[in-house]
Ligand binder design. Sequence first.
Ligand code: FAD
Ligand code: DLZ
Ligand code: SF4
Length: 509
Amino acid sequence: MVERLVLVLGDQLSHDVAALRDADKSADVVVMAEVTDETGYVPHHPKKIALVLSAMRHFAQELEDDGWTVAYTRLDDPDASRSIVGELMRRAEEHGTTDILATAPGEWRLREALENAPLSVRTLPDDRFIASQREFDDWADGRKSLRMEYFYREMRRKTGLLMEDGEPAGGKWNYDHENRKPADRDLFRSEPMQFTPDDVTEDVLALVEDRFGDNFGTLRPFTFAVTRAQALRALDHFAKRQLPEFGDYQDAMLCDDRFLNHSLLSPYINLGLLSPLEVCERVAEEWKADRVPINSAEGYIRQIIGWREYVRGLYFHEGPDYPTRNVLDHDRDLPWMYWGGETRMNCVAHAVGQTRDEAYAHHIQRLMVTGNFALLAGIDPRQVHEWYLAVYVDAYEWVEAPNTVGMSQWADGGIIASKPYVSSGNYIDRMSDYCASCAYKVKDKTGEDACPFNLLYWHFLDRHRKRFEKNPRMAQMFATWDRMDAERRRDVLKGARRILDRLDAGEIV
Ligand code: FAD
Ligand code: DLZ
Ligand code: SF4
């Protein structure tokens, strides 16, 4: 007699996820389902679909090996329904129970679908995060400003990571100012951990090729980890090889090196194959053993117990309308170059090209290249959001939307970012080698060949002057603009208009 159905979603692949902890192996049936609603709510990159489905299949096998009964639906099962709720209803009828045990989904859309399902669903909080939602809400309620840094310090105290006698190790909470070295081409040759697909993955790759071959993105070679054991090897690889210099070159970008010292662990942490705390504990161990400097260990741990936890709390704190916010009223369509169309901008071509090939770009490429350009050009943040949600292998709305809508597009009115992340070509030139081989000239501020970031940067400030001129962190920018002579300002705005007109006409920029 089946007591309950236990729902495990594609990004809940942790053996100790709340619903499994609460379930009874001998009486309950685990439900896992590959469904078209999930594979199709945005045109996901084929590598992302393959990773999720292969990891789901491997996880289901591990559960069965561990004695669980698993009702697993494959995407090509002719009896499958389209949605998670549809599959729960089908299994409910099959097993004669409408009692469902679930771990709260990481997205408003699915939470609402479960709440409205004609089933008796008990949802447990997803406690794979370091802060509970209640903790985040308590921290956020009543605060005028929700800056990540203060939340992060609380997480350091809570976890004890990099703490000595109640004080931050090394005497400082944050070593960010040491983490901005531009990359030196001669120093780098990143070697991310690669895994050869097994038969299970090969089956999935054939399915994805067949069904999603037209989605933006290259499926093969597919070298991601698809099990916890493999993800642990990827963590070990990162800790030994990239972590020591992670801090120094965190913000750098190079044409010939797509990964630099980044960990590429976000897909595994977000799927549940690795826990955020175990990753941070490993990093702290490396620091304790004197194998990595404090700026690398702190820089890395801050991304996880700071940013990752913070955006998660914020997504649910702000409510389901968060991804639709558009405070700056930007409404231009996302240019075709984001989907691989031609562009003369070398930085964008590289960021988008590697996104197509790898389903990966690191943080500064996402924020200061594709994100920066979209914000400067006034692209509709909803379209920007849907692009990021589709093209990155680690993209789930709870983490992607705050990063895109909030941090990158300032569409939430400054909840996350005290000032918009906009820059001229100068910043990209300092942090990368993109400009040296670009058709545009980064040193040109006006004229046909002037870097579009240079032109659009001033256009952005000029068109949003009213909103930002009182922001003390932006006073310097406006002062520089005001010091330019009137004719130069006119030329800059004319040049920006030319770029925007080209975008609107679908011409190459
Ligand atoms: P590393 O540089 O090695 O960083 C270490 C870890 O810290 C990451 O694995 C990740 O778990 C965490 N992390 C770092 N920065 C952030 C952040 N800002 N928010 C949350 N976690 C962070 N991250 C996602 O996981 N999914 C997304 O969909 C996503 N969308 C983004 C969209 C935009 C516009 C921007 C600017 C950032 C986005 N990020 C997203 C954050 C960040 O870019 C990625 O986490 C990171 O690039 C993943 O690569 P990595 O594992 O090599 O990271
Ligand atoms: C991302 C994704 C994809 C592509 N496919 C599935 C699927 O077929 N079945 C499933 O249970 N989950 C999938 N996922 C992950 C979900 O979209 C994810 O659980 C929600 O976005 C909540 O974070
Ligand atoms: Fe990008 Fe401008 Fe540099 Fe070209 S010159 S790579 S467009 S920042």
